[in-house]
Design a protein around this ligand. Sequence first.
Ligand code: PEP
Length: 258
Amino acid sequence: MSRTPLMAGNWKMNLDHLEANHLVQGLAMELRDHNHDYSRCEVLVIPPFTDIRTVQTIVDADELGIKYGAQDVSIHDNGAYTGEISTSMLTKLGCTYVVMGHSERREYHNESDELVGAKARKVLDAGMTPILCCGEALEVRKAGTHVEFVLSQIRAALAGWSAQDVAQIVIAYEPIWAIGTGETATAEDAQEVCGAIRSALAQDFGAETAEVTRVLYGGSAKPDNIKELMAQPDIDGALIGGASLKADSFAEMARFYA
Ligand code: PEP
């Protein structure tokens, strides 16, 4: 397969910089002890902003294969935007990925598809990889309109994009009802939507773009279900919350191929 699997740990608002230090060192050790092959699965941690410098220091000093990124970014370059963080601040710290459109930001910070698309654009222009999140609430799932809902989120965010640019992003399908609830979508549920995302990419941007764009699943993914999820043809990795906060469980998930 031309798509390198990606395990991305979204720490959300957890762990101070000392705890971040401990987790990254522990993760690196787990992966090293099990001879993790980074070419078979990229490992990415996504800490709070205040931990990024610490993570950078460990990764650089120990020349780790672990990558790191940010949970959000501003659409502005600099200036009077109190509390915001720019793409250049993140690239200076060695970040290579940025998440946008997580359901928690959509819900608590009223982020629209258009804003999410603008953030993705900004991140790509800065040379980092956007991880564009999408996903439906339980009512939408119950109404059976989840596929069209998710596709409309993606299409609104990527309106006007070129195929070449879309090929460089990562899309994360995260059904809201499965995030942090312990309720995982079945592998078939996850495949249904991830497959529909790939078909929509093929329709809108061409088969070649659809073939190389990575689509992740997120929502109570854990060591127990990762192999089944990764066995699905259109799931290229996972965006992992809770299970990424423990070095052993996250490392085990990165080694899904073993
Ligand atoms: C997430 O934070 O994106 C997530 C999927 O969380 P959890 O794995 O805890 O459900």
